[in-house]
Design a protein around this ligand. Structure first.
Ligand code: 2AM
Length: 198
């Protein structure tokens, strides 16, 4: 048991820190290829708000379920249950067509005005799977989005229609959110590639 070994080594670390270090900040997400991230990155316009924090292209993703801090055993259980759902799901297309903001959270995002039923059903099913393990509030409504910038403020009227970008979504991943000196980094630790059916 890792915590027992930890104390047997005589390290004087308060218990909450030990618990914290055994958990990872996690989320389930659509994963985009580097080429898709490059296309999404084109919608980031730093001139739009110079004070905002613009996500680097390699961090662009679409969160399905935020899991919060979770132990490895829970992550493994959730991922294997997720795979049972994902095996049934073929790749699907998303058409990003609007810039919008969560004004209270100062987030600018690229959104999908007409989310496909496949995406909404997948999100609902994954949210249901995760429910028994969640230590964070469940959002009232799922708004599919790719966050482009934080600390974003603008007087522009949103939503703003943009030239549409259609992407074929083929990968779903379990991510860790890792704080680094350079800022947060999102790293996929498990990835599943959706298989075309029929
Ligand atoms: P965002 O895309 O709107 O920023 C990692 O933090 C990912 O989980 C981000 O994509 C973030 O959404 C999402 N997320 C959802 N709910 C969250 C919460 N309560 N705290 C932190 N991140 C959350």
């Amino acid at each position: 048991m890792p915590s027992a070994i930890y104390w047997a080594c005589g390290r004087r670390v308060p218990l909450p820190d030990v618990i914290h270090s055994m958990n990872d900040r996690c989320f389930l997400s659509l994963k985009f290829s580097p080429e898709q991230q490059r296309l999404l990155h084109a919608y980031q316009q730093p001139a739009f708000c110079q004070d905002a924090k613009w996500h680097p292209a390699h961090n662009l993703h679409l969160t399905l379920v935020f899991l919060g801090q979770q132990a490895l055993a829970v992550q493994q259980q959730l991922w294997s249950q997720s795979l049972e759902l994902l095996h049934e799901l073929p790749p699907f297309e998303l058409r990003f067509d609007e810039l919008n903001q969560f004004s209270h959270a100062k987030v600018l995002y690229l959104g999908v005005s007409q989310p496909p039923a496949a995406l909404m059903a997948l999100q609902q099913q994954l949210q249901q799977l995760a429910l028994p393990f969640l230590n964070v509030p469940v959002p009232e409504q799922f708004v599919p989005h790719v966050t482009l910038a934080r600390k974003f403020q603008s007087v522009s009227a949103f939503p703003l229609a943009v030239p549409p970008l259609s992407l074929l979504c083929t990968e779903v991943a379990l991510y860790h959110s890792i704080s680094t000196e350079q800022g947060v980094s999102y790293q996929s630790v498990e990835t599943y590639t959706l298989v075309p059916k029929g």
